[in-house]
Design a protein around this ligand. Structure first.
Ligand SMILES: O=C(O)CCC(=O)C(=O)O
Ligand SMILES: [Fe+2]
Length: 221
């Protein structure tokens, strides 16, 4: 593959500034997380087609309970998946919606390029840098054991941080429009990740995470 691909066995230490991909790739030698970052995996036309489609996605910001209080999640999301591939996210059961055309094409491209199996994609929309995602691992029991998660960024650049569950060491790197981040198994076992607030960011960011879930895990429709 011609893409600018690197195995992210390291990343900028938290607090590092963003750099161009060349420099970022030079600085990612040591964190040990099973990640691969492919800068500009999607070309501008592919990004545009997805962004245009995403305007029509039925994004929602469901309420979740945190320490006994109900809050809307600080972003909006939609879950597209094969039939009976529901998921649990932020403590809520999310029913599968049918695949939109370009999201499905992107799934097929990931399968072609990386043999990535996925039967669902969670799309998150962060309206600006005030919206975020807290520390978590994508290790829900309905996720197929041993599966990788592919994350695609569109729109605003945002910092993505990872934290080792044992050592609590943190690393940060910037995800830009068109970038692909592959979180290989067993990333979710050993590491958490988060998308922190960045108050200076005024543009929206859309993120697709392609996942493989066990069909009918929560019963059939
Ligand atoms: O927006 C991102 O880059 C992270 C999304 C994420 O971690 C998730 O959907 O589980
Ligand atoms: Fe995640």
């Amino acid at each position: 593959m011609k893409q600018n691909s690197l195995r992210l066995d390291g990343a900028d230490k938290l607090g590092g500034e963003s750099h161009d991909s060349q420099e970022q790739s030079a600085r990612v030698g040591s964190c040990g997380a099973p990640l691969t970052l492919i800068s500009r995996y999607l070309n501008v036309d592919q990004q545009q087609a997805l962004l245009k489609e995403a305007v029509k996605y039925p994004f929602e910001s469901p309420e979740i309970e945190v320490y006994g209080k109900r809050h809307k999640i600080p972003r909006s999301q939609a879950w597209f998946a094969d039939i009976n591939c529901d998921t649990f996210y932020s403590g809520l059961l999310v029913k599968a919606l049918p695949w939109p055309k370009y999201a499905d094409k992107l799934r097929a491209k990931l399968t072609r390029d990386f043999n990535l199996l996925s039967n669902g994609v969670l799309v998150n929309r962060y309206a600006d840098g005030t919206e975020s995602m807290g520390w978590h691992s994508d290790n829900e029991p309905e996720f197929a054991a041993g599966s990788d998660i592919a994350s695609i960024t569109l729109g605003a650049s945002r910092d993505f941080v990872i934290r080792n569950k044992l050592t609590h060491e943190k690393f940060s790197f910037t995800l830009k429009s068109g970038d692909l981040l592959l979180m290989h198994w067993p990333m979710q076992e050993g590491w958490e990740h988060a998308l922190p607030k960045r108050m200076k960011v005024t543009e929206a960011r859309i993120n697709y995470t392609f996942r493989q879930v066990t069909a009918n895990y929560f019963g059939s429709n």
